[in-house]
Design a protein around this ligand. Sequence first.
Ligand code: CAA
Length: 257
Amino acid sequence: MSYETLLVETRGRVGLITLNRPQALNALNSVVMRELDAALKAFDADKAVGAIVITGSEKAFAAGADIKEMQSLDFVGSYLGDFLGGWEHVAGARKPMIAAVSGFALGGGCELAMMCDFIIASETAKFGQPEITLAVIPGMGGSQRLTRAVGKAKAMDLILTGRMMDAAEAERSGLVARVVAPEKLLDEALGAAEKIASFSLPAVMMAKEAVNRSLEVTLAEGLRFERRLFQSLFATADQKEGMAAFVEKRKADFKHR
Ligand code: CAA
């Protein structure tokens, strides 16, 4: 399948999606949303893919939702068409997703990065939710995911002032998992994704589910959910293989990868 706004390829067991609207700093319009959803669904269904990396260009991961597309929207059209609602499908991908962020990750760009399971940033990355400067607010999860990631104080600071934060501040705040030199960004993200993709896929997917559940339920419920998933993994051949390989001091050969 070919895409108008994305470059999509596989590298080893990693599905790589590169946002490709350079003329608009990868602004996220409805075509990008539809194509990302389709590309992620295809990777989710592809047995040869164990993890996904989403990246942009050196200058911009994505500079936000497409302001030119949004400019003339009215409330009824936006409400009836559930404008931006489709991004929930993008966020719902079941395989692990890493955002490799260089340059601007603003508004919807920051929100897309936060839909991924973790963010690896280049030293040049700049994160922000500047919607307030356009007289709107974040609409793809920024007020919710940023607050969970960095806490109320910094989320309020960024969302109310519209300022950008650099990669070092983003890492200090817990938004970003790793910061690397710009020329190492893609290799670092692909390396992390390849590592994840080498493990047993049911275990990887359940680990993702368990961590995400922690953001939605009480501690008691979350602990029960985690324990049930943990117990269920003992029904997999890969658990037997993983533990046998450890005991026999050899490399595990997982069946479900
Ligand atoms: N939507 C549409 N087009 C955009 C865009 C966006 N979010 N961001 C950049 N572009 C376009 C510019 O209009 C420009 O196109 P033209 O050459 O045709 O005019 C091109 O990309 C290059 O941009 P600049 O000339 O502005 O580049 P710069 O280096 O001078 O500035 C920038 C870079 C600071 C990121 C600046 O482009 C900018 O402020 N962009 C908008 C950021 C923003 O407000 N994002 C939030 C959008 S709202 C949102 O995302 C809502 C939500 O929560 C879902």
